[in-house]
Design a protein around this ligand. Structure first.
Ligand code: ADP
Ligand code: F6P
Length: 324
């Protein structure tokens, strides 16, 4: 049932993602346009429980659309996973007159958002993660910037790998998901792409392909490995021992989470943040903003969390065809 809100809060939670600032700006400016007051909650649910809450106006979000990271900071908070922590969070919202919240984060953050909604605080989630691993949406804030950052880094590694006629394993982020690996695998013309969703652990087959590629005259051999598989350094040692080809491992790590957001991340994040504030202004709660089949839509949080996602089979099959 719709419940009208006067003051909303906004927080970022979980891993940061480039474009989160654009989303915050979208929330704040839209809410003000709708006649709502806005409060920024610092450091995710941790800051909520610590009552790190600041008033925000239109100028609080000036000069941030082009900046990576999140001006509200982010954190992980075990305490908020407990019923007591969630009750306390809802109570603090009431104390500060916050009757609606926009949570920008990933699946974990949305579980928390669902709990707040059940405790009577109108809550809307906005998908912010470089991993693209939120089932209800084809787009998550930060993925586009992260794949572009990783792609540029991999191009550079490829140059040196070719010069030294080496094999390179490059590990990209993606806790349980291979989206960054798959996109970079295609964009960087990698020789092999290892995805947690598909890798069968057959390292001998991988080694055989490295040997075959060298016989065919390939000067480098780029293997993109997803963080969800990991073990890039030990894999490199085993490939070198088995093939006699010098092999280096590079873990790109957190550089993929930073940097100035791409145009796409700025625009989509702005629209999603704005849509979240509009949903709150309409009295909606327990919804997740998503981008599906070319439209901005919203889903019930629990329904969205129950959805399953897998990498697109067609994209994976084409990637495999193109690596040979
Ligand atoms: P992400 O949102 O990127 O998936 P996490 O999984 O680390 O990141 O979750 C971010 C935060 O969301 C956690 O630190 C915790 O405070 C909160 N959270 C995660 N899972 C739950 C849960 N089941 N119930 C309530 N809050 C949760
Ligand atoms: O959720 C995004 C992500 O970048 C994952 O790909 C990665 O596993 C994780 O965050 C790392 O998080 P942190 O080092 O901040 O704990």
């Amino acid at each position: 049932m719709a419940k009208s809100v006067k003051t909303i809060g906004v927080l970022t939670s979980g891993g940061d993602a480039p474009g989160m600032n654009a989303a915050i700006r979208g929330v704040v400016r839209t809410a003000i346009h709708q006649g709502l007051k806005v409060k920024g909650i610092m450091r995710g649910y941790a800051g909520l429980l610590q009552e790190e809450i600041v008033d925000m106006d239109s100028t609080s979000v000036s000069d941030i659309i082009h900046r990576g990271g999140t001006i509200l900071y982010t954190a992980r908070c075990m305490e908020f996973t407990t019923p007591e922590g969630q009750e306390q969070g809802a109570e603090i919202c009431r104390k500060h007159g916050i009757d609606g919240i926009v949570v920008i984060g990933g699946d974990g953050s949305f579980r928390g958002a669902g709990k707040l909604a059940a405790l009577g605080i109108n809550t809307i989630g906005v998908p912010g993660t470089i991993d693209l691993d939120i089932a209800c949406t084809d787009y998550t804030i930060g993925f586009d910037t992260a794949v572009n950052t990783a792609m540029e880094a991999i191009d550079k590694i490829r140059d040196t790998s070719t010069s030294h006629e080496r094999c390179s394993i490059i590990e990209v982020m993606g806790r349980n998901a291979g989206y960054i690996a798959l996109w970079c695998g295609i964009a960087n013309g990698a020789e092999d792409i290892l995805l947690p969703e598909r890798y069968d652990g057959d390292e001998q087959a991988l080694i055989n392909r490295v040997i075959e590629n060298r016989k065919r005259g390939k000067k480098h051999n780029i293997i993109i490995n997803a963080e969800g598989i990991g073990h890039s350094a030990s894999m490199a040692r085993r490939i070198e021992a088995a093939t006699g080809i010098e092999t280096r491992a590079t873990i790109l790590g957190h550089m993929q989470r930073g940097g100035t957001p791409t145009c796409k991340d700025r625009v989509y994040a702005s629209i999603m943040g704005s849509k979240a504030a509009l949903l709150l202004a309409e009295g909606k709660s327990n919804r997740l903003v998503a981008y599906k089949n070319g439209d901005y839509v919203d889903f019930d949080i629990q329904e969205a969390l129950n959805m399953k996602k897998d990498i697109q089979e067609e994209q994976y099959e084409i990637a495999k065809m193109l690596v040979r």
